[in-house]
Ligand binder design. Structure first.
Ligand SMILES: C[S@@+](CC[C@H](N)C(=O)[O-])C[C@H]1O[C@@H](n2cnc3c(N)ncnc32)[C@H](O)[C@@H]1O
Ligand SMILES: Nc1nc2[nH]cc(C(=O)O)c2c(=O)[nH]1
Ligand code: SF4
Ligand SMILES: [Mg+2]
Length: 260
């Protein structure tokens, strides 16, 4: 169910209106196979909120970040839509789902109903909510929308993105609070030094374990053709560095179709 209503005037990061009303800006809600990470292949209902505090140049969910579109749903509406499907797993994603206060309410109520919840997050916000798997994707320097790779302008978001994208104490708190996978979008070998350095800084910042197989390398690519160009390099890097590789099964299966 892709939702394509423009909501002109809604706060672009989605933090104001929903805090007042308790509603969630929903971009799409659909069933698919989890395409990424430890639970790849598991049938899941995806709830995609709109609005993000970052602007990765490669964002595969353009209409939740660069040009957000959504309908406003109450948490009751979201739960009713999820219950239409026969699924045990719910994936809350975005955009950045954790910038919305109502995401915590939704996660509480999904836990009460016995769903397994995964939250796909950029790791800049710690929620006060139950999560079964925190699927944290910290953003590397190679994600910054510099003027030469800005999909929507001339690098106006680059500084803000750069300031916000990594926060080690926040990542440490996520790792301490939740079962966590760290899923890095890898554009090439140039990203590896930053990943190694960040994993070390995180290990220094927390007594919680961060094992090498909690670190997943995911090839950058929104389409099959783009993945074709990155996936083998990234698989080789996973082997070389001793980290895990994750495919993007949904892209392999359905390319960049919405609602998959
Ligand atoms: C659209 S994001 C939404 C959740 C959250 N904002 C985040 O970035 O983790 C969902 C997942 O897609 C990944 N992603 C986005 N664009 C991608 C691309 N072009 N290639 C590979 N992964 C991408 C993100 O890193 C994240 O793991
Ligand atoms: N099938 C499928 N799996 C996914 N895993 C994480 C996704 C996301 O956009 O967060 C995603 C998605 O969009 N589709
Ligand atoms: S943090 Fe996630 S939703 Fe936001 S721009 Fe980056 S990939 Fe897109
Ligand atoms: Mg996706």
């Amino acid at each position: 169910m892709p939702v394509a209503n423009d909501a002109p005037g809604a706060d672009i990061e989605g933090t104001d209106a929903d805090a007042e009303t308790g509603d969630l800006p929903i971009n799409e809600l659909f069933q698919s196979l989890q395409g990424e990470g430890r639970l790849a292949g598991v049938p899941s209902v995806f709830v995609r909120t709109s609005g993000c505090n970052l602007r990765c140049w490669f964002c595969d969910s353009y209409h939740t970040s660069w040009e957000p579109t959504h309908d406003w749903f109450t948490v009751d509406d979201v739960l009713a839509a999820i219950e239409e499907y026969d699924a045990d797993h719910v994936v809350l994603t975005g955009g950045e789902p954790l910038i919305h206060d109502s995401s915590a309410d939704l996660l509480e109520r999904l836990a009460d109903r016995g769903y397994h919840t995964t939250v796909e997050t950029n790791g800049t916000v710690v929620p006060d909510a139950p999560i079964d798997l925190a699927s944290v994707s910290p953003k590397l320097a190679s994600s910054t929308p510099t003027a030469d790779r800005d999909p929507d302008g001339d690098g106006e978001w680059a500084d803000r993105h750069e300031e916000r994208r990594l926060d080690v104490p926040t990542l440490a708190e996520l790792v301490e609070t939740y079962d966590t996978q760290l899923k890095f979008v890898v554009t090439g070998r140039e990203d590896m030094a930053e990943i190694e350095c960040l994993v070390e800084r995180l290990r220094d910042a927390t007594s919680a374990r961060v094992d090498d197989d909690d670190v997943l390398l995911m090839p950058e690519g929104q389409t099959r053709d783009q993945l074709e160009a990155t996936r083998e390099t990234v698989a080789d890097l996973a082997l070389e560095f001793g980290y895990r590789y994750t495919p993007r099964l949904h892209v392999d299966l359905w390319n960049d179709e919405p609602g998959t």
